[in-house]
Design a protein around this ligand. Structure first.
Ligand code: BJW
Length: 230
């Protein structure tokens, strides 16, 4: 079976990485206009680089959880594409192979002057020079509000072609990901939401299961693996 899985911050919450919009989420501590927009970066690059340096350190200290590992195992039984909004690397560390980081990666750097993209060697500062062009214009390789998410053509092709679309641990507040369930349904796919609680877009899903990702994702994967013809 072809399965497209959208993941959000909720799948990494039990690994100790904060979500954005929950009661103790990042957007209750920081103004998203300041740290997650190109305009905020232009106003105060040091603040934004510091925000992402701390997030990168948290990410490096975190471990994949049972939900990440279960999704990696699902690849052995089905044709799986994970589209993650998360900028952490927990899916790849759990072993997932077929993965798109639509909002970029914390461990990547992007030169705002020449567009060079590569893994970052450590903390970024306003003095950090681009290895390709020398400009002191490095930023994290993440997608901020008003910017185009990565690999959208590949994602829409997969949504058109999938049998099942599953959304895990995302609030459904941020587009274009928030429209993927509707898109997939229009193209004829089954849709399933796995979340701690119903998301903003819960009505777009045919089926839903609610609970912590480390419990409901492995349980769902076990069912899907058992359904595979031997
Ligand atoms: C658990 C759990 C547990 C907790 N187990 N579950 C007006 C209308 C419509 C759209 C727009 C509009 N004005 C502007 C826009 C577009 C804008 C947008 O969507 N704005 C909204 C605020 C309205 N979008 C954009 O600008 C995007 N680009 C774009 O649209 O380009 C044009 C385009 C046009 C046409 C096609 C394609 C493109 C870019 C969006 C970039 C988002 N960037 C961020 C930051 C990335 C870097 C970083 O990490 O810092 O991405 S914002 C932030 O939100 C981050 C996340 O990926 C994203 C989504 O958050 P997520 O993952 O859903 O987290 P939460 O916290 O919201 O939810 C957590 C969920 O987990 C909850 O549901 C919990 O219940 C659950 N949970 N614990 C299971 N243990």
């Amino acid at each position: 079976m072809k399965i497209v899985i959208l993941t959000g911050a909720g799948i990494s919450a039990e690994s100790g990485l904060g979500t954005f919009r929950d009661v103790d989420g990042l957007w209750t501590q920081y103004d998203l206009e300041d740290v997650a927009t190109p305009e905020g970066f232009a106003r105060n690059p040091a603040l934004v680089l510091d925000f992402y340096n701390k997030r990168r350190a948290n990410c490096l200290g975190a471990e994949p959880n049972a939900a990440h590992f279960a999704l990696a195992e699902l690849e052995a039984a089905h044709e799986v594409l994970i589209v993650t909004q998360n900028v952490d690397d927990l899916h790849e560390r759990a072993g997932s192979q077929n993965l798109i980081h639509m909002h970029g990666e914390l461990l990547g750097q992007l030169c705002a002057a020449c567009g060079d993209r590569r893994p970052c060697a450590g903390d970024l500062t306003v003095e950090s020079a681009c290895p390709a062009c020398g400009a002191a214009a490095l930023r994290p390789d993440v997608v901020w509000f008003g910017e185009m998410p990565y690999q959208m053509d590949r994602i829409w092709d997969a949504l058109r072609d999938t049998d099942l679309f599953v959304s895990i641990g995302t609030s459904g507040e941020v587009y274009p990901a928030a429209a993927f369930a509707q898109d997939a349904r229009r193209f004829g796919a089954e849709t399933l939401e796995l979340n701690l609680e119903p998301s903003t877009g819960a009505r777009d899903f045919i089926d839903a299961r609610y609970g912590p990702a480390t419990e409901i994702v492995p349980a769902w994967v076990a069912e899907m693996t058992a359904r595979t013809p031997t």
